[in-house]
Design a protein around this ligand. Sequence first.
Ligand SMILES: CC(C)(COP(=O)(O)OP(=O)(O)OC[C@H]1O[C@@H](n2cnc3c(N)ncnc32)[C@H](O)[C@@H]1OP(=O)(O)O)[C@@H](O)C(=O)NCCC(=O)NCCS
Length: 192
Amino acid sequence: MATGFKLGCMSSEVDLIQADAQQQSVMENLLQLYIHDFSELAPCDIGNEGRYSYKDLPFYWSDASRLPFLARFDEKLAGFVLVTKISEQSADGEAYDMTEFFVLRRYRRRGIGRELAEKVWLRLPGRWQIRVMATNVAAHRFWASSIARFTGRAAESTSFERNGAIWHLFSFDSRRQDPETHPLWFRGREST
Ligand SMILES: CC(C)(COP(=O)(O)OP(=O)(O)OC[C@H]1O[C@@H](n2cnc3c(N)ncnc32)[C@H](O)[C@@H]1OP(=O)(O)O)[C@@H](O)C(=O)NCCC(=O)NCCS
């Protein structure tokens, strides 16, 4: 059947696109959904005009240490990622913080978040830190599972307290994969 053939040929890849300044308003719109999700886990008040505020967003187009990405799945917007570079190039290479990470609800539990995270780690090889609020149990499971799959090792987090809230911190290096045991890393590098 023609439809079946078409579906079979459709790309189901996640595309990671560095967002340009014209796409800042797109990111602003997605941040509304992201912060609304978070308001179930942390006290996020909405402004009187009915919008959440994310003051740091403009820096993602003015500060070279901030990297904004949009995600597309089958050519439709599926989420976004905000990354902050936390050190200059040194003998130990770059270090990055996964500052915000979001998959739209329609696309969740289909492996899209995992594929998106892998694309980010391959695009920006270096040391990574990922902070997760202890109340965000789903995200903790997601990061533990995604990092373990990417590195081939169990992912462990440490805990810390900030402003009365408990956070978990994952740290790992997205460069140190063994080609024998982790061919995923080498396949991914070819396609990014
Ligand atoms: C967390 C989030 C990014 C996961 O995205 P996703 O595309 O649904 O994740 P995936 O489908 O790639 O999940 C990969 C694995 O992570 C784990 N996982 C993902 N979501 C989970 C959930 N809600 N509960 C438990 N485990 C979960 C599972 O092990 C899953 O594998 P499985 O589906 O085969 O069991 C998404 O739910 C989201 O955007 N949440 C709101 C924003 C957020 O919390 N961001 C992270 C901030 S630190």
